[in-house]
Design a protein around this ligand. Sequence first.
Ligand code: FAD
Length: 518
Amino acid sequence: MPRNVVIVGGGTAGWMTASYLTAAFGDQVSVTLVESANVATIGVGEATFSTVRHFFEYLGLDEREWMPECHATYKLAIRFENWRERGHHFYHAFERMRAVDGFTLPEWWLHTSPGSRFDQDCFVIPALCDAMSSPRHLEGTLFEREFAGDAAGRMHRSTLTEQDTQFPYAYHFDATLLAGFLTKYATARGVRHVLDDVLEVKLDDRGWISHVVTREHGELHGDLFVDCTGFRGMLLNAALGEPFLSYQDTLPNDRAVALRVPRDMATHGIRPCTTATAQDAGWIWTIPLFGRVGTGYVYSSQYCDAEEAERTLREFVGPEADDLSANHIRMRIGRSENSWVKNCVAIGLASGFVEPLESTGIFFIQNGIEQLVKNFPAETWDDGLRAAYNRQVANVMDGVREFLVLHYYAAARQDNQYWRDTKTRRLPDDLADRLEQWQARLPNSETIFPYYHGFEPYSYAVMLLGLGGLRTPAPPALGLLDGTAAAKEFQAVRDQARYLVDRLPTQYGYFAHLHGLP
Ligand code: FAD
């Protein structure tokens, strides 16, 4: 079996891969990670997806151990502001839809309109976000009884495939601190850490990678090479020539400008969600960490230049941003045609990226690593395993692309050329058909992108209802059904939300307690 793994790149992707491989294979596999001190990591990537808990669990890491070190906070939802019209907001929470008499609560909501906010009426988490609540009580128990046992630790390690419930939160963390934390974790378990520049990638007679040449540490030989060099894709794209399929024709945002804004959280509190605020040429993310906010404007260079983008971001943040320097980033949107070619697997931005609107970058990394472990080759380098990997990884990214395109297409906002163009731009192949089906009935498992991509029907339904640009009629059958049970369920959501808001600590209170602050 390939026993010698060389990872090139020490960003989030490199260190997550190194940590996971050692957690999975122990000393059966030797792992070397080489990273450059001269090429910076991307420096963003701080909001995650609820599935990321499987990653930490697999490593045997307790939240109370790693979260304070990485200034992490909880994320229960994404708050979308101004996507429908200025002043409007709704939450896309990590919460599945309840069902009554075979119809989802949002379908009943369309029929009876019991209130003006579908998200507050159908889901519990939006109220927790408005109240800035922590999903955990001070002693650590989770608000959802269904998951209450997890604080005590699970008996077995789980991966994305065993995700049968919707866990109610993800994390925000400082990406640099997390990479540092995982460096300690991985090197303590035997990963060899080389701080050096890779100058060249050498191929053997078959065109496989035989070794990389470093500036100061000579040649690093391996059986399997993992390309975690970020957007440059130094091994997969540059050395092996694997084509990159751009998604730019359907997702035009190709730039970002980011700021790290220190903030006194005791005064401001910590919202337990990421906020995505629509702008004239894209949107601004706001990610509250413990002690600072990560923020950035994701925009399309066809509609806005770097100077204007930075000005917009600084105006959005206000005087707190005055002395801070901004990080301008060019984004490569799309995916490598195959993320695994010969003996090289790309993970992270080298594999693909679809702009950070639903915080899927780290989810792609986690998925790529899990698939690598599941399809880890024997000496014979079975083509079937490689093909299975490539199919799954491509489907995940193509599915997320569809979901993100929906955000722009379904947003009611049409107040300038950028937003008007989101309605006429080419749609990914099958999305037009699906959109037609969703305008007859809210999305369900039969009508969304058919392969695993992390998002479930509830996410699609929430986005359609929240974005407000497309027709979302109630199922006609509801007019023939007795709505008493649905009315009770709406009341149950309200009662549960009120009960929890009254009892849960604020997110700031919870983390101040964890950090040992008064
Ligand atoms: P990088 O961070 O670019 O790391 C590349 C590594 O390769 C570095 O260590 C570098 O030193 C090394 N390297 C490069 N060349 C060489 C060489 N010649 N020799 C040696 N080493 C070399 N994801 C999320 O999940 N949530 C988010 O909220 C989110 N927001 C994002 C916002 C923006 C604007 C962007 C662009 C991305 C965002 N992402 C997000 C994605 C996330 O940032 C990345 O998935 C994650 O940081 C992984 O990056 P990486 O490790 O692949 O690459």
